[in-house]
Design a protein around this ligand. Structure first.
Ligand code: PEP
Ligand code: MN
Length: 346
């Protein structure tokens, strides 16, 4: 349940409410807004009657959360979550959309990775992407360079100052990946790997959770809830397309409407990935634009120095030149529309 305190509620009154809930086994999450303090209480509501809380001094309103996700819900936290990094980059809320770009997989050719990283930086991107541990549909496809890939990402990070996002597939790899990554990515295939989500909940790095290809928005938010409930509230959501009825022209169906829907029901930042969302190079620009207009807090885009020879996802990877053109076009659009970020904050 959500307890909204009166604007003039005293510290003692707030503590009394918290104590009563904790004594009944509830877990508490406090939100001290500019005007109001909101207490999100997670537990079995049969153990304490809502009216017995509503009648305590200083309580304005008690609301029962209708959605099964609580910590991720807009009801429990009105303000947008903003994830801040030590170099000043911020993801979420009304901050400028961030660009995460780089190759699908980190490959052995470090010069290629560095060329892409430098281009990402020069074009105004903030985060270098690249998979070292790769979830591949076929066991015969390139599986990633693993530790060696992480070393190359670290080198590119040291040379460019870009933040790093890379995928984690297994709980046992978290400590190693967290040494290099600024954001740990959970791939679409692992969206409901609850053991992994719970382990990431114990991690002190932000997590970007990609939507499963057959997941509803509710399941997506519940997956985020697992990470948050386990202790890590720095969660970023990523819409990357779902299975549609027609894959003859697009690899997936990019659910652009999911962006404002998630902003309505959750305070977490949302990223759009038009690369996996469409699987086609020529569709990246229109879908990236659509994502930003729909209110995405950033984009994830695959870029390769030589897409025709990429170890994975070459068909959807932009060349460096195409990426530069895209960035110019996105900046022009945002400027023309007078947008910093179109995110719906309701
Ligand atoms: C990726 O971003 O590297 C990836 C594998 O994407 P997804 O999990 O969305 O398929
Ligand atoms: Mn890929």
């Amino acid at each position: 349940m959500i307890i909204i305190m009166e604007p003039d509620a005293t510290q003692e009154q707030i503590e009394r409410v918290v104590k009563k809930l904790q004594d009944n086994g509830f877990r508490i999450n406090m939100n001290h807004g500019d005007v109001l303090t909101v207490i999100a209480a997670i537990g079995d509501k049969r153990l304490v009657q809502p009216h017995s809380i509503a009648s305590l001094d200083g309580v304005r309103e008690v609301k029962l959360i209708k959605e099964p996700y609580k910590l991720a819900s807009r009801e429990s936290k009105k303000e947008n979550t903003v994830i801040e990094f030590s170099n000043g980059v911020k993801i979420g809320g009304n901050n400028e959309p961030v660009i995460m770009a780089g190759p699908c997989s980190v490959e052995a050719d470090y010069n290629g990775l560095l060329e892409v990283a430098k281009a990402v930086k020069k074009a105004g991107g903030q985060i270098l992407r690249g998979g070292a541990f790769k979830p591949r549909t076929s066991p015969y496809d390139f599986q990633g360079l693993e530790e060696k890939g992480l070393e190359l990402l670290q080198k590119a990070k040291d040379e460019t100052g870009l933040l790093i996002i890379t995928e984690v597939m297994d709980t046992q790899d978290i400590p190693l990946i967290a040494q290099v990554a600024d954001i740990l990515q959970v791939g679409a295939r692992n969206m409901q790997n609850f053991k992994l989500l719970k382990a990431l909940g114990k991690c002190d790095k932000p997590v970007m959770l990609k939507r499963g290809s057959a997941a509803t928005i509710r399941e997506f938010l519940l997956a985020a809830e697992h990470i948050m409930y386990a202790g890590n509230e720095q969660v970023i959501l990523c819409e990357r397309g779902i299975k549609g009825v027609d894959s003859s022209s697009t690899r997936n169906t990019l659910d652009i409407a999911a962006v404002p829907v998630i902003h309505k029901y959750s305070h977490l930042p949302v990223i759009v990935d038009p690369s996996h969302g469409t699987g086609r190079r020529y569709l990246i620009e229109p879908m990236a634009k659509a994502g930003l207009i729909a209110g995405a807090n950033g984009l994830m885009i695959e870029v390769h120095h030589d897409p025709d020879h990429a170890s994975s996802d070459g068909a959807q990877s932009l060349t460096i030149e195409q990426f530069n053109t895209l960035m110019t076009s996105l900046n022009d659009m945002m400027e023309k529309l007078g947008l910093k970020n179109a995110a719906v904050t309701k």
